[in-house]
Design a protein around this ligand. Structure first.
Ligand code: ATP
Ligand code: MG
Length: 270
């Protein structure tokens, strides 16, 4: 593999589910690459196959055709060198915060002492110091997602895949989580594949935004987000940021994902 080859590659990745009555074409020939340390968002309407794509990348589902390649490995079974944050936080109610993070160590049979030290360090980093012995029911939604992120990072995977991790959070918590995630990413330089419905969230976080069509999900366009880093909330007020979000709104209108009553003189900037 050359130094410039993408770390994660989807090559004509296609998924057809058997379905109850008829086959469901979830993904159709999706091809893209994600370079090491890149932050890439996958943005698309509900049901376009984003979670399916995540499962294919992580080797949790077989492809119908095409390939997923990570490094030199063609993915044919669950790929373990990845951290996954699922659409719901899936914490175990009967385990403490620390216990939930440590599941990763138990499953992977990591050295317990080293894993404990790392779990505590991660919890401090995401602002959960002092909550190690609390149970999930004692936490807010944002805190629960932070625990899920620590669990995904415990084994220090080079790749982090996140499936709408902040969708259930209130707007303010979501903004904070975006900022915290960027900080974590800048410090640890993970390769991140981030799935979202939110146009501003995708533009704010990413180096690249992959815009998908409605089902069967195909790549409609890939945008390179050329905004300076480190990014602060102020970047969202800039004309460059707004140009990106408008461009994506335009793409969703073209694909019929967004419809509005026609207004005299209304134009979508391209
Ligand atoms: N196990 C399954 N069997 C049959 N169809 C499925 C299965 N899982 C998903 N699908 C279908 O595949 C399509 C894509 O689903 P997927 O969950 O990947 O979408 P998504 O983009 O993640 O949606 P959302 O944004 O709502 O999370 C949907 O039409 C869904 O109904
Ligand atoms: Mg989904």
């Amino acid at each position: 593999m050359s130094a410039r080859a993408p770390l994660v590659r989807a090559i004509e990745a296609t998924k057809v589910y058997a379905g109850r009555d008829a086959p469901v074409h979830a993904l159709e020939k999706v091809t893209f690459g994600v370079h090491a340390s890149e932050f890439v968002s996958i943005l698309g309407p509900s049901g376009c196959g984003k979670s399916t794509l995540l499962s294919l990348i992580a080797g949790l589902l077989p492809l119908s055709s095409g390939q997923i390649v990570i490094g030199d490995t063609v993915i044919r079974s669950p790929y373990t060198d990845v951290g996954i944050v699922f659409q719901r936080d899936v914490l175990l109610d009967w385990r403490t915060v620390l216990g939930n993070v440590m599941i990763q160590a138990e499953i992977r049979r990591l050295d317990r002492r080293a894993a404990l030290a790392r779990a505590r360090e991660l919890l401090v980093q995401v602002g959960l110091e002092g909550f190690e012995d609390r149970y999930p029911f004692e936490l807010s939604g944002g805190m629960r997602q932070r625990v899920a992120i620590c669990r995904a990072l415990l084994h220090d995977p080079p790749i982090l895949i996140m499936d709408e991790p902040f969708a259930a959070l209130d707007a303010l918590t979501r903004e904070q989580m975006n900022l915290d995630l960027l900080e974590l990413w800048e410090q640890r330089k993970k390769t991140v594949i981030f799935i979202t419905h939110s146009i501003p969230e995708a533009v704010f976080l990413s180096d690249k935004v992959i815009v998908m069509t409605p089902r069967p999900g195909r790549i409609q366009e890939t945008l390179t987000i050329d905004l300076p880093r480190p990014r602060t909330l102020a970047v969202r007020e800039t004309p460059e940021f707004l140009a990106y979000t408008r461009q994506i709104v335009g793409l969703f209108k073209t694909a019929g994902v967004l419809r509005e009553r026609s207004t005299a003189g209304e134009q979508v900037p391209r």
